[in-house]
Ligand binder design. Structure first.
Ligand code: WTA
Length: 624
């Protein structure tokens, strides 16, 4: 079944034509991106669009001077956008705050002044561990404004995960909050941050935003209330937007890869600003009157790019919501769409499946007629969830933008535009400037309909520049598989059909997607084996109705430890403490051996095949 957009959508779309523009864009990517870059304001124009002399360490907009904040905030202040709402924020308990671009600038400037007064300098990395409140966004933007980089750690991560990330970034300053609300409960973020700071010798100061007002520990000379700092003269007055090089670091964001260590994906002021704002405006057809709601957490790349930077650069009004999408009732999202007149809604297949479970009546209670476009991200969307989203939420009027991309790509890579005919479950075609393909291990194209490896054949401005402090790992993880061809290997398998539509299948490395969250099997395994009763562990992903995938763990116990439901519970609790709730296995199976290759590598595919009752395939390399 193919779903065609209405004449109305086509007539009003920002992108009116695909094929010719696409061919033109990839025939000369430098020309294409040079033209798009004119939509940004540069302090000084670049000399050259792309420096590809040191593959795979590409540089974009060479010698250009820019600051993403000048484009996201400052330049709007002299236009009619000054009084437009930048954010409408709703807390889980129902409290509401609005910020115009003018007010956003005030908030970011005073946060920037505070950071400078606390000793933050250009080039420093500030770690941020916050609930989904406006101050999280102000903190990120303030870092960028003064030329510091941010490293946001998702507030669902544990103290150990936070401490690891602080250590890698060598942060001297942590910004956190007393707590946040989730499903009506207070999450004690400061308690977790305290534990992490105890393990973090680099930390000198901590700024604490008051959200919940519950009792917390404040350590003298280290911890400062944000509202106290904001009341001091140091916070007052304008704050200069630093002049940055296009290639200067904007942020690092830790994500999971094939080994246990977190990897800090690095993005920049120039190329990232251009790429995220361009794809947002074209794919989601952003109009000046739109209200845009992206339901991600700002702590992940979807939030960084599409709650924070791209919408602001495009001068959009963005909705930010603090809590769970089905709290206190399953109509929370639909109620908010109606209340705020949302035009474009962007969420994940997991959230869609989760809301679908409650049935149509919760949706139908609300007037959703303002919706024009829908979007999804994070994992392949199953056709049943797609159809429900299309029919029940979009009333068969709103095309669904199934956007395939990654932390490393900065923005969408394969996705429909509103004019694209849709096939449920397919992310459709590569966006302008992106040359994608499905190939075999040697790099030969695979025939239509067959599974292969997804590659990107040309660089793009939003690409990650490296893994922080680990250039070698960057090269190895993404560029070594197709070194000769100089192609980027994304880590996903896919197939391309006769019409050139891409169908993303799954990760082909040791990364698993649980509810759209990205986790490494190695990280979960190392959390498991850090429990004294666990000698060895292996983790696989098995299909799950709502989560997409769920984690199943196999553990070999140490001498003297005995399998029991109580022990299973204890180990799960341990993983929650070590990594956070998202990493807790659905099920733990106690075993006495694990299938391994002769070189000692755990054969997860054998475990998975057995669990699914499938043929485990070639076992010739298994250790006997
Ligand atoms: C998966 C999230 C199918 C994919 C933005 C990718 C998807 C990984 C889609 C990146 C989609 C993301 N269809 N799979 N539309 N979008 N993925 O870094 O496996 O958290 O490699 O970035 O999510 O996850 P990450």
């Amino acid at each position: 079944m193919i779903y065609y957009p209405s004449d109305d959508i086509i007539a009003n779309a920002n992108v009116k034509e695909y094929e010719n523009t696409y061919q033109e864009s990839i025939a000369d990517i430098q020309k294409f991106w040079a033209k798009q870059a004119e939509s940004l304001e540069w302090f000084k124009k670049w000399d050259k669009v792309l420096d590809d002399s040191n593959h795979p360490y590409y540089k974009w907009f060479i010698n250009g001077k820019i600051n993403i904040i000048h484009n996201a905030i400052d330049r709007h202040l002299t236009t009619e956008k000054r009084n437009k709402l930048a954010y409408i924020w709703e807390g889980e308990p129902g409290d509401i705050r609005y910020f115009s671009y003018y007010e956003l600038n005030k908030e970011v400037s005073s946060f920037g002044n505070i950071l400078k007064a606390m000793g933050v300098r250009k080039g420093d990395i500030v770690t941020i561990y916050m609930p989904q409140i406006p101050e999280l966004i102000f903190a990120m933007l303030a870092c960028a404004k003064i030329g510091a980089a941010h490293s946001v750690v998702y507030a669902g991560f544990s103290s150990t995960a936070l401490a690891d990330r602080i250590a890698d970034a060598e942060s001297k300053l942590l910004i956190t909050a007393d707590g946040g609300y989730r499903r009506g409960k207070v999450v004690d973020l400061k308690g977790i941050a305290d534990e992490a700071m105890q393990k973090s010798p680099t930390i000198e100061r901590c700024i604490v935003v008051q959200r919940t007002g519950h009792d917390i520990n404040m350590e003298a000379e280290r911890d400062f209330w944000y509202h106290d700092l904001k009341a001091l003269p140091i916070a007052d007055g304008p704050c200069k937007t630093e002049v940055m090089d296009s290639e200067d670091m904007l942020f690092i964001l830790y994500t999971s890869g094939t080994t246990g260590r977190p990897k800090g994906v690095k993005h920049t002021h120039g190329g990232y600003a251009l790429y995220t704002s361009f794809v947002h405006k074209t794919v989601f057809d952003i109009k000046d009157t739109d209200r845009w709601w992206c339901l991600a957490d700002p702590g992940w790349i979807t939030g960084h790019s599409f709650i924070v930077y791209a919408p602001l650069i495009n001068g959009t009004t963005t909705i930010l919501y603090e809590g769970a999408p089905n709290y206190p009732y399953p109509n929370r999202v639909w109620k908010m769409v109606e209340k705020y007149g949302v035009n474009i809604l962007y969420t994940s297949p997991t959230a869609i499946r989760g809301l679908m479970r409650f049935g149509d009546s919760w949706v139908n209670r609300h007037d959703l007629s303002t919706l024009r476009l829908l979007g999804t991200v994070g994992e392949p969307i199953n056709p049943a969830a797609w159809e429900w989203y299309y029919r029940c939420v979009g009333k068969e009027r709103c095309p669904i933008m199934d956007t395939w991309w990654q932390t490393e790509t900065g923005g969408f890579m394969i996705s429909p535009y509103p004019i694209t005919p849709l096939k449920p479950g397919s992310a459709t075609k590569p966006l302008f400037g992106i040359e994608a393909d499905v190939v075999d291990e040697k790099g030969n194209p695979v025939p239509p309909g067959e599974e292969g490896i997804l590659v990107i054949k040309k660089p793009w401005p939003g690409m990650a520049r490296t893994i922080y402090k680990d250039d070698e790992r960057y090269k190895r993880e993404y560029w070594s598989a197709y070194e000769k061809q100089k192609w980027y290997r994304a880590g996903d398998s896919a197939r391309k059909d006769e019409d050139g539509y891409f169908w993303i299948i799954a990760r082909i490395d040791d990364v698993i997607k649980v509810s759209g969250y990205r986790l490494g099997t190695a990280e979960v395994e190392s959390a498991l084996v850090s429990h004294p009763a666990v000698a060895e562990a292996a983790v696989i992903a098995l299909p799950h109705d709502v989560k997409g995938n769920a984690i199943h763990a196999y553990c070999i116990l140490t001498e003297g430890a005995n399998p029991s439901p109580a022990l299973e519970k204890e180990i799960k609790e341990h993983v929650r403490h070590e990594m956070g709730p998202i990493a807790v296995p659905e099920q733990i199976e106690f075993v006495t051996t694990l299938p391994k290759t002769r070189s000692g590598k755990i054969m997860r595919r054998v475990l998975k095949a057995k669990a699914l009752g499938q043929d485990p395939g070639d076992l010739s390399t298994i250790e006997t």
